[in-house]
Design a protein around this ligand. Structure first.
Ligand code: ADP
Ligand code: ADP
Ligand code: MG
Length: 454
């Protein structure tokens, strides 16, 4: 029987997965909402199935429709990409019970570590440092106030099921805490269908450094070093790079070992990312594990030469990893800029619409992962990310210079983008020094706004 893979996603990641599957000689089936009928992933897949309306709740998030599409087209595997159903243990259980391979960890592993509060407890139990905070979920405001008092303000109230930077509030007093608690719970219910909250001490000016791992069914595990994702807006990543400008070899090894310890503890199979915050004294703390491929995975691919998506698919079909830890070396420096259809100076308002023309940058060490093309219309219903621009060069400074040229030559007409904004960051002296933390964009944005008002 021929292997056939259903790609349960849209946009650039669906295109990325279809390309990887084709290289492996695996047939592909795309699913799409009505709004995505003309999307690139639909055109390049071997088959495509419309699974419903524009609203993702009626299409990409509809478990029965996605699963029916897989069964009716005879798929023996499903790749979820990121977002949508990627970390939904219930969906994965349904996939498993239909004897379809899920390109990701088991539903059991997702249930164990996908819940952020449970993951903290698990990490603590394995002596992986976590941030001071509540023991598990906090049920009431009173209980929360007690925790806050004990650890001291500022604290963060975080949704156990949160993701994509949503369901997180920072509070600096009892009054703020009382207001934010129910608001965050409601936001979490609305976004993730679960209002469970936990509390963490707010780390001042941390860096976000995460470790990419992958494991196979035979129990082989490797980590593929780190990505520094500290350049964030509203707790959402904007630029990522590897190596991290702050990690030394010892810290890299310690964080890599901590990440693998957690993965092994739950018999984790397939690719995953263990996220940490690193403070000014270079202490690291576990924050969460993402049980899926991440947006920023190309950064790791560029410096290691490993095709993570192909490896994910290989592993899901029962193959052992095609490399060992000792085969992996960090080669040069890679940076990724997320290109969004948005207006940075109008509070990053999304800018959907028709792309009249587009010209992609190119050359040695320049990669564009995207689903856009001339005449493509960006629907207003989904994420505003339209492309990822990744560069790879021998040194960080050369990578920055390459990124500047690539951004300069990236032309998108008809809609607004953040290309110019990203370009400005590439000239910021603190960024160039590698001297930044998760508060960088907020400070940078003030400067941009001021100079714009002059
Ligand atoms: P998500 O599930 O939305 O990705 P995370 O828990 O990974 O949420 O946190 C997202 C971002 O929020 C982090 O990268 C970091 O910038 C910020 N953050 C999260 N927890 C803390 C904390 N305790 N202190 C300071 N910043 C935090
Ligand atoms: P990454 O760490 O891969 O960059 P992000 O946190 O930026 O991940 O999220 C990637 C995508 O997945 C975004 O479109 C985000 O909105 C979505 N996402 C992440 N976590 C969740 C979740 N728990 N529920 C729904 N969507 C999510
Ligand atoms: Mg995260």
């Amino acid at each position: 029987m021929k292997n056939r893979l259903l790609v349960a996603n849209r946009g650039e990641i669906a295109v990325r997965i279809i390309r990887a599957a084709k290289e492996l000689g695996i047939e592909t089936v795309a699913v799409y909402s009505k709004a995505d009928a003309k999307s690139l992933h639909v055109k390049i897949a071997d088959q495509a199935v419309c699974i419903g309306e524009n609203d993702s709740a009626d299409s990409y998030l509809n478990m029965n429709r996605v699963l029916s599409a897989a069964i009716s087209t005879g798929c023996n595997a499903i790749h979820p990409g990121y977002g949508f159903l990627a970390e939904n243990a219930e969906f994965v259980e349904m996939v498993e019970s239909c004897q379809i391979k899920f390109v990701g960890p088991s539903s059991q592993a997702i249930a164990q570590i996908g819940d952020k509060s449970a993951a903290r407890t698990l990490a603590k139990g394995h002596n992986v440092p976590t941030i001071e905070g509540s023991d598990g979920v906090v049920e009431t405001v009173e209980e929360g106030l007690k925790v806050a008092k004990k650890i001291g303000y500022p604290v963060m109230i975080k949704a156990s099921s949160g993701g994509g930077g949503r369901g997180i509030s920072i509070v600096r007093s009892d009054t703020e805490f009382k207001n934010a608690f129910s608001r965050t719970a409601m936001e979490a219910v609305a976004n993730f269908g679960d209002g469970a909250l936990y509390i963490e001490k707010f780390i001042e000016s941390p860096r976000h450094v995460e470790i990419q791992i992958i494991g196979d069914e035979a129990g082989n595990y490797v980590h593929l070093f780190e990505r520094d994702c500290s350049l964030q807006r509203k707790n959402q990543k904007m630029i990522e790079e590897s190596p991290s400008p702050v990690l030394n070899e010892l810290l890299r090894r310690r964080m890599g070992m901590a990440a693998l310890k957690l993965a092994k503890a739950i018999n984790y199979v397939n690719a995953g990312t263990v996220e940490f915050l690193v403070d000014a004294k270079l202490n690291f703390y576990f924050i969460e594990m993402n049980t899926r491929i991440q947006v920023e995975h190309p950064v790791t691919e560029m410096i290691t030469g490993v095709d993570l998506v192909k490896e994910q698919i290989r592993v899901a079909y029962g193959n052992t990893l095609s490399f060992k830890q000792r085969d992996l070396k960090m080669n040069g420096h890679a940076i990724e800029c997320r290109i969004n259809a948005e207006q940075p100076l109008k509070n990053f308002m999304p800018s959907p619409g028709e792309i009249k023309n587009v010209l992609f940058p190119g050359g040695l060490g320049v990669r564009v992962d995207t689903h856009i093309y001339p005449g493509y219309s960006i629907p207003p219903f989904y994420d505003s990310m339209i492309a990822k621009l990744i560069v790879h060069a021998p040194t960080r400074l050369e990578a920055i210079k390459k990124m500047r040229v690539a951004l300069e030559q990236f032309v998108v007409e008809g809609i607004e983008t953040n290309i110019e904004y990203q370009y400005l960051i590439m000239y910021n002296p603190e960024f160039i020094k590698g001297n930044y933390d998760t508060g960088f964009i907020q400070r940078f944005h003030k400067l941009v706004e001021e100079s714009n008002n002059e």
